[in-house]
Design a protein around this ligand. Structure first.
Ligand code: 0JX
Ligand code: SF4
Length: 333
């Protein structure tokens, strides 16, 4: 007997279900960092210098550049007296000292949750513990955290690297973590530290930044219901890459795109349901651009998974909190 195929069973012509992760996109630290640059431009005019990309998103950086922000890698690229903003990822004490030495007026957009890690690290070092930072070598936040503690820090990126740490097993150690790591990988690295060292202190994995945890939980839920995962975020964004990796771990073909232009029509072959999420530095407008791109290929039905509601909000730094426009003070040497 011939099997009857209805039109809606044929993925080539049926509507494409697009399911959005919840939560996704901007976290409180990113909202604050972008606000700081925009408000600094509004109050003090352009140019405003930003050390490092304010957040790791190409579109955010391009938009702020168009408004008058100038992004630099080194403070030496900033002219005398020019307003300077530190990115959300934080900076080392050496960078703070350099800015102070040059009397640059600074507004610090370091996320308060990154600053919390700096404080933890200093506290453990002061207590005499040998410090281990769990994080990715070369990442801006890792460079900042390593340079915020006036003591040697050992960096580990994986559980395997724990065995190679040049520290005696009975040394009292403490660990701190980069805020945008894979929660599961971090749990494994902490377990490896506790298995090797007899005296270990450090925050529970549940203390990793709320936004990182929520987006990773949400993408795991999403991967269970989709047959293709698209993560909106730039390749430089650590947290966005981690979201894509979770999709891969869950057995779903997963791609990271900057915007709708990054969508390859071939990805949709045989696909009924696309899961869509965004890293903490990716604006919702880019999610919309991906939905629009999908809509140009197939009719789409968009829905969103249930998820936790995020209410965290960080206030602006003091230099931008006052109503009256007043120039930020140059840091004193
Ligand atoms: O590369 P990261 O994920 O650390 O940064 P991004 O993409 O700019 O995300 C927001 C900033 C996160 C700081 O913790
Ligand atoms: Fe802050 Fe977390 Fe956002 Fe990083 S991901 S900026 S730590 S809220």
């Amino acid at each position: 007997m011939l099997q009857q195929t209805t039109v809606s069973d044929d993925p080539a012509v049926s509507a494409l279900r697009v399911v959005l992760a919840n939560p996704r996109g901007f976290c409180a630290g990113v909202v604050r960092a972008i606000d700081i640059v925009e408000q600094a431009l509004d109050r003090y005019g352009s140019p405003v210098y930003v050390r490092h990309e304010i957040v790791h998103n190409r579109h955010v950086v391009e938009r702020l550049r168009e408004k008058g922000a100038i992004f630099v890698d080194e403070l030496s690229d900033i002219p005398e007296g020019a307003l300077t903003i530190f990115s959300a990822h934080g900076v080392s004490r050496a960078i703070e000292d350099e800015a102070r030495g040059r009397r640059l007026p600074v507004i610090d957009a370091t996320c308060p949750l990154v600053t919390k890690v700096h404080v933890q690290g200093r506290r453990y070092a002061k207590a005499g513990r040998t410090l281990v930072l769990i994080g990715h070598q070369g990442h801006a936040e890792v460079d900042g955290t390593m340079g915020q503690v006036n003591a040697p820090i050992h960096l580990v990126e994986s559980a395997e690297q724990v065995a190679a740490l040049p520290i005696a097993d009975d040394t009292p150690i403490a660990y701190v973590t980069q805020t945008t790591l894979s929660v599961d990988d971090t749990r494994g690295i902490i377990a490896a530290l506790k298995a090797r060292f007899s005296d270990v202190e450090g925050p529970d994995v549940s203390e990793i930044c709320y936004a990182t945890q929520n987006r990773q939980t949400a993408v795991r839920d999403l991967a269970r219901v989709c047959d293709l995962l698209i993560v909106v975020g730039s390749t430089t964004s650590s947290n966005s890459n981690r979201l894509r990796e979770i999709g891969v771990e869950m057995g779903v073909p997963s791609y990271l795109v900057d915007d709708g232009e990054g969508v390859d029509p071939a990805w949709l072959d045989g696909v009924h349901t696309v899961g869509l999420t965004a890293g903490a530095s990716a604006p919702d407008s880019l999610v919309d651009s991906v939905i629009a791109a999908l809509g140009r290929l197939r009719p789409v039905e968009v829905s969103q998974l249930d998820g936790v509601e995020e209410k965290l909000h960080f206030s602006l730094p003091p230099e931008l909190r006052h109503r009256e426009p007043r120039p930020p003070r140059a840091q004193r040497t």
